[in-house]
Structures are given as C-alpha cells and as structure tokens.
Design a protein around this ligand. Structure first.
Ligand code: KMH
Ligand code: ZN
Length: 266
C-alpha cells in the first residue's frame, strides 16, 4: 500500500495523508482493510516531500508502534532529491526499501537512477539487512536487475521481490500483455507485485491477480476511484483490492505472513 507519494499536492488532494498523524491513521485503516506492507513517502510541515532523517525515524517508530505493517521507505523520494539524501534514508532503519533499477522519464520530469547509485544503494541494503523491493518501471530495468544480481549477489531477505510500476508516462504501459512480458523476464524465483498508475490501475490489478502477482495500491498511484469519482481514502483502494483478491481466490496475506514471505529482519 502506497498512501502518499511525492507528486500530489495536499491542496489538490485533501484526502492525501501528509502529517504523521494522518499517515498513522491511514496505516491503521489500511491494515484493517487487508494491507500488509506500507511504502512510505513523508512530507514536511508545509506538506512538501522531504527525506529529513529525523522525520523518517519518527515515522518508522510511529508506524511500528501503531501497526504490524512491513515498513518500506521510499528511496526514490521526489525527482528533485539528491542521491546522498536518498541513500541516507536507510539510516532510518526500515524493514524494507524501494530500489529502482534504472532511470526513466517520469511525465515531464526524469527519475534518475544511474548504475553507480543503484549499486551503492543495493550494497547498503545488504550491509544494513534491509529488504529491497526492486521497482521496475520499464523492461530495461529488468535487464539492469539481472546485472545487479549477477555482479553483487543475492538480496537481504533471501529472495528477489519486485514491484512492476506500470503506466507512468515514459515507462512501460499498464496493460496485460506488457505485464506478462515483464513477468516472463524476471529472474528465476522472483516474486512480484504490480501497480498501475492512474487509469491503468484496474487493468494492471486484474492482470496481476490472474498472473499470480501481488498488488500495490494507494493514492501515490491512483487518485480516481471510478470515472468522475475521486478516491476518498487509501483504505477505499485497499478494500477494493482485497475484495478482488478474495474473488480471485487469492486472499491478502497478513502482515506477519508478509514479514516471513519477504524475509524481513526479526
Ligand atoms: N516519486 C518518484 C520520483 C520510489 O518510491 O522508490 C519515485 C518513486 C519510486 O515514487
Ligand atoms: Zn514511491
């Protein structure tokens, strides 16, 4: 579950959780609705994206006190964040972190993930025993993931877990045939979730459920619930995903099951 992201403004999306209290409340609601992992971006007092380390530490602590969710901090941040700040995120000691496997056009911006940065981030996850979730925005990112594993060994957690982020303008499209192509290219034994951004939310969710994947949903990626109907809350998106997963006979994992599945440090 990805409740906030770095791209939307609170002024435009009043339901977006931006304070610590809002984030914790959202996390509790989403866990009750079936979420097991929270992918976290935080905001400053003016609701702008920040990677402030003290705030990240407070956030990890507060989420652990109030929920059992696997706490996965974003190392992607906002497109304007420095590599140094993005690497420092790991010092907040999360259970897991995102690790994007290549640069990608990101709407009108560029989300920068050059090879040396990827390698440094990966080595730090191994040293600090933080489970990386490999974020794949494009098929070329999967080739970079293979190269990373070949050169730098297995991830902490014991197996490779990925998230296909589909439908970003500039990345791979969010449709079933692209999802199948991406899944077929993943490393042997990898597990994966998928996320469809914007109007690709539902096609990607159905495709992921039928192809054996897990789901990431939330207001980082989806602001429209249905045509003409803005998302009311993150829990609304989690409830829909959990319902579809139940119908597909692939019910959501508990947070405890997700911890064991991902190999999170006890
Ligand atoms: N906000 C994007 C530039 C991640 O969290 O690792 C990057 C992003 C990916 O959201
Ligand atoms: Zn993110």
């Amino acid at each position: 579950m990805a409740p906030t992201g770095a791209e939307s403004a609170k002024a435009d999306v009043p339901a977006l959780p931006v304070t610590l209290d809002e984030l914790v409340q959202t996390a509790k609601e989403c866990q009750a609705a079936g979420a097991a992992v929270i992918h976290v971006h935080i905001r400053d007092d003016d609701a702008r994206p920040t990677l402030d380390l003290a705030r990240l530490r407070d956030t990890v602590r507060a989420l652990r006190e109030s929920t059992d969710l696997v706490v996965q901090l974003s190392t992607g941040g906002a497109v304007t964040d420095s590599y140094e700040d993005r690497l420092r995120v790991l010092e907040a000691e999360p259970d897991a972190c995102s690790l994007t496997c290549g640069t990608v056009n990101f709407g009108d911006e560029v989300f920068m993930n050059p090879w040396p940065f990827m390698v440094e981030l990966y080595r730090r996850t191994q040293e600090l025993e933080i489970v990386p979730e490999f974020e794949l925005f494009d098929l070329g990112h999967i080739a970079a993931l293979h190269r990373l594993l070949d050169k730098h060994g297995a991830p902490y957690g014991g197996h490779v877990h990925c998230d296909l982020v589909m439908g970003v303008p500039g990345g791979m499209p969010g449709d079933a045939r692209t999802l199948v192509a991406a899944v077929e290219a993943l490393p042997e034994g990898a597990t994966w979730s998928a996320t469809g951004v914007g109007r690709t939310t539902l096609p990607v969710m159905y495709a992921a459920l039928s192809a054996g994947g897990h789901l990431r949903v939330g207001m980082e990626d989806t602001l429209t619930f249905a045509k003409g109907r803005p998302v009311a809350s993150n829990a609304q998106l989690v409830e829909r995903a959990a319902t579809l997963a139940d119908i597909a006979q692939r019910p959501a994992m508990s947070a405890a099951e997700a911890r064991a599945f991902l190999g999170v440090k006890a």
